[in-house]
Write a protein that binds this ligand. Structure first.
Ligand code: DC
Length: 232
């Protein structure tokens, strides 16, 4: 935990599966900050839409998803075993369900819906109002907190990212192939960069972190050097 009393917002944006959450979680633990995984929020809406029949066989009915929004109550609860918060939808913990390949395949489409973004962005801004948060996503430094004191834009080689995701999913027992994971990573990059609203882009004042060949410890050292400068 940092002794410094000045609380800031750390925005961590970047490509899918490049370890943003692992990195952001480690920073939050180090600084004694709250960690917010905004991708989990888009995934939670997607899961709920699948369960409620607004997405069938991978086809997203946008009007039906929008109609569900007032019925979705998203919350976080700290899980001390994981050292991070689990996400809840209407009181049910959906932390593991939201990482499935089915959700991954539909989440880009759901996150391109304007009403979905405005609901989740408003929630994220409320959660960061007191500062002292590390938030990871795609548009944190550009849209959610353009005034964040620290902005980091993460990237890594697509193949390295797919290998990491593959290891994570197969460790959980999911039956997936390396090829489908790589295709999902590449197609989500494309969708994130090309959507009309809040496309993924590096904020002009964000620092680039390519972690293809960096350990978590090396990334932390990289971060702490910049953090000490920032709070001086
Ligand atoms: O970080 P992730 O892969 O769990 O994110 C899931 C999807 O949500 C991703 O494909 C893009 C979208 N997303 C977004 O549009 N804006 C955010 N702030 C976070 C995620």
């Amino acid at each position: 935990m940092s002794n410094n009393s000045k609380k800031i917002i750390v925005a961590v944006d970047g490509y899918s599966s490049c370890g943003k959450s692992t990195f952001a979680k480690a920073i939050a633990a180090r600084l004694g900050y709250i960690f917010i995984d905004t991708g989990a929020m888009y995934r939670a809406v997607t899961l709920y839409a699948i369960e409620q029949g607004a997405i069938v066989d991978g086809v997203v009915d946008e009007a039906a998803v929008v109609a569900l929004l007032p019925k979705i109550d998203i919350g976080f609860k700290f899980n001390s075993e994981r050292g991070a918060s689990d996400i809840y939808v209407n009181g049910e913990c959906v932390e593991s369900k939201i990482r499935s390949i089915e959700v991954s395949n539909c989440v880009s489409k759901v996150s391109s819906i304007a009403q979905v973004r405005s609901k989740l962005v408003a929630m994220q801004q409320a959660m960061g109002r007191e500062r002292g948060v590390v938030m990871d996503g795609r548009d944190i430094g550009t849209v959610v907190f353009p005034d964040a004191e620290m902005k980091i834009f993460m990237t890594a080689d697509a193949k390295v990212r797919a290998e990491r995701r593959y290891a994570e999913l197969t460790a959980k027992g999911d039956k997936v192939t390396m090829q489908e994971i790589l295709e999902n990573v590449i197609s989500r990059d494309r969708a994130d960069e090309n959507r009309a609203i809040s496309p993924l882009r590096r904020a002009d004042d964000a620092e680039l972190l390519d972690n293809s060949h960096m350990s978590v410890e090396e990334q932390m050292a990289w971060f702490m050097e910049r953090y000490e400068q920032c709070i001086k």
